[in-house]
Design a protein around this ligand. Structure first.
Ligand SMILES: OC[C@H]1O[C@H](O[C@H]2O[C@H](CO)[C@@H](O)[C@H](O)[C@H]2O)[C@H](O)[C@@H](O)[C@@H]1O
Length: 621
């Protein structure tokens, strides 16, 4: 596991800077002109002086740098960041910065040689730019292109027409399309190449034991929370072995790092993503009844549970009666620009003058990436001002739903394993978190759960204040309805359904992410597959008729829109613009992506859940 080493303090560079070198060389210079006693006194004096300098610099270092945890990255990532900067400054058509951080070092070159060639190439260039042709030549000579280290893999359990596939989809047009979506698993399937296993230091792609399903396009590596909806889709496609392989991969990351990484890249080791590993194991178990998988998963899930419920991730909110409620927040172990978007982050932080402000901002940016919702007005103190991102100060509703679900899943798995005490312990933990939902997040007037803004840095317990609830409407405010703890009481669900109906979130093609069009991708007018699925599935599982009707209506809108977008663009999109049927989403820091893992998964899941009658047109009425 990576150690959470603190950020290197400016003190480490103190003695290499010139004025101090001068002081260190001072005593020998004096030796010829004064006697030994005086020399000893002078040396002592200088030592004392240096000690005082050191103490002063240390105290400055402590107060002027953010003291949170930092997981360091690899030398290759650090170099590729330099190359990325040069590429962005050199190419007239701005390339996707992620392309450069995904390159791998060609054999037989070693990094230090390549670095010195690069130093020569950029020497004399003030802004690090170089002529494009020279840059291309350098990259081609020393690097393999992004994506070369993930080789195609034909999934062994893929059949083009699986038996019992989507039996309730009767409409011919929809069946044909569903089969095409099912076939996309083949294009998204890959295996980490042997080159990565043999020389991991030459790659930013991390070794994984089993084949993978990637989201698609620029996302040529496994992502944590995406995998939940990919797995749901794979189960519909009867690809059980592939689904199990994905879980084995994510479990291997927990074994190595102590948590599941944001994605399987060396530059994602400083953060996780929404914790859905237990839900993945649960979904697979429901279909396969594979007890061996459950037994393997329990210790891994316990390790992951500890990660989310300790250190900076853990927060304590005290209620008016003095009872403490333990919840979790996102908190990345990083306070610098994200390597995959380094230039973007540097520019965004350029308005901050102190190192401390910059570091805090970078941590809040990386933390938003850990939330999976990068970026959104949800994390901004003064939306839509991006520089007011303060993700570490938010106790998020959805993260705590995932953790409550994890507690219930672990309890369920421990029951299977025959560990009654362990199971009871986790049932108790889930009850405590459910209580915290009532006290901290639930807002009776709004009929939804609201994110909570911390008043302090979250290191000490703090007292709950009504004004700290974020009153803005987000799809995530309705995420709790996903789990049985919140959808089993009909009267309660009625309240939530009414609030959702009146929220303004229900749009022609699905559920909006928020009501603010900020230009960020996790805001209006975008709708994302995972949020549609959580809310729709939760409503559909309740016993309330209105909730079921609403669920089906939202699912049909989403499917129709995905179908129309597919027919016009020939592909499935990462996100949709839900203000209009058939429009794909935009905004944010990268171009809209296609492929696409979780969108395919949710289309198949909805078709499995609601079917499609033969007389119902897929073209919107
Ligand atoms: O490169 C920018 C960011 O890209 C990722 O985030 C987006 O794509 C992921 C894969 O589909 C998805 O899990 C996430 O919810 C999206 O916002 C990546 O996860 C970020 O860490 C990265 O900075």
């Amino acid at each position: 596991m990576n150690s959470h080493r603190p950020n290197p303090s400016p003190i480490s560079t103190l003695f290499s800077s010139s004025p101090y070198k001068f002081f260190l060389s001072f005593p020998p210079l004096l030796a010829t002109s004064i006697n030994r006693k005086r020399q000893r006194f002078t040396s002592l004096f200088l030592l004392l002086f240096l000690f005082l300098c050191l103490s002063f610099a240390t105290s400055m270092a402590v107060s002027d740098s953010d003291s949170g945890p930092v997981v360091h990255t690899t030398p290759l990532v650090t170099f590729l960041q330099r190359l990325q900067l040069t590429a962005i400054r050199s190419c007239p058509k701005k390339p996707d910065p992620k392309v450069y951080i995904d390159l791998s070092l060609k054999l037989p070159h070693d990094l230090s040689t390549v670095e010195s060639v690069f130093d020569d190439l950029t020497a004399g260039s003030r802004d690090m730019s170089v002529p494009v042709e020279k840059l291309k030549k350098f990259v081609n000579e020393y690097f393999d292109p992004a994506g070369k280290d993930l080789v195609h893999h034909e999934p062994e359990d893929f059949v083009s027409d699986p038996t019992e596939f989507l039996l309730n989809v009767e409409n011919k047009q929809v069946r044909v399309w569903a089969r095409e979506v099912h076939c996309l698993w083949k294009t998204l399937s890959g295996r980490v190449s042997d080159a990565v296993i043999e020389s991991p230091d030459r790659h930013t792609l991390l070794p994984l034991p089993e084949p993978v399903i990637i989201p698609g396009s620029r996302f040529r590596e496994v992502y944590y929370w995406d995998s939940y909806w990919v797995i749901k889709g794979l189960l519909t496609s009867k690809m059980f072995t592939t689904a199990q392989g994905l879980v084995t991969n994510l479990m291997s990351l927990v074994e190595t790092y102590g948590y599941v990484l944001n994605g399987a890249r060396a530059y994602y080791t400083n953060r996780s993503q929404p914790p859905l590993l237990s839900s993945m194991v649960y979904e697979i178990y429901k279909v396969t009844k594979d007890e061996e998988l459950v037994m393997k998963a329990i210790p891994v899930l316990l390790k992951e549970y500890e990660f989310w419920n300790s250190g900076k991730h853990k927060v304590v909110i005290r209620d008016a009666s003095g009872n403490d409620h333990i919840l979790s927040r996102y908190y990345a172990m990083w306070n610098m620009p994200r390597p995959e978007s380094s230039v973007f982050d540097q520019e965004s932080a350029s308005g901050f003058s102190s190192t401390l402000e910059k570091q805090r901002f970078h941590r809040d940016i990386a933390t938003a990436a850990e939330s999976g919702c990068d970026f959104s007005t949800r994390w901004m103190r003064h939306p839509p001002n991006f520089t007011t991102m303060a993700t570490t100060s938010v106790v998020p509703v959805d993260l705590n739903v995932f953790l409550l679900k994890m507690e219930l899943d672990i309890a369920f798995m421990m029951e299977i394993a025959g560990d009654k005490n362990g199971s009871e312990r986790f049932v108790k933990a889930s009850e405590a978190r459910k209580k915290a939902f009532e006290i901290v997040f639930w807002n009776e007037k709004a009929g939804q759960w609201l994110d909570y803004w911390l008043s302090s840095n979250g290191d000490e317990p703090e007292t709950w204040k009504a004004e700290n609830q974020n009153n803005n409407v987000f799809a995530s405010n309705f995420a709790p309805i996903w789990i049985s703890s919140f959808h089993s009481d009909e009267n309660f669900v009625k309240k939530v359904v009414k609030a959702l109906e009146n929220s303004g979130l229900i749009a022609p093609a699905g559920i909006l992410t928020s009501l603010t069009n900020s230009g960020q991708q996790w805001d209006a007018p975008n709708g994302w597959a995972p949020q549609q699925e959580m809310i729709v599935t939760g409503l559909a599982r309740s016993d309330l008729k209105e909730a079921k009707v609403m669920a089906e209506e939202i699912a049909r809108r989403w499917i129709r829109s995905s179908y129309r977008a597919y027919k016009t663009s020939g592909t499935i999109h990462e996100k949709l613009d839900v203000s209009e049927i058939g429009e794909y989403g935009g905004g944010g820091e990268y171009k809209p992506q296609t492929g696409f893992g979780w969108s395919n998964g949710v289309i198949l899941t909805f078709l499995e859940e609601f079917g499609w009658p033969s007389d119902l047109s897929i073209i919107e009425p």
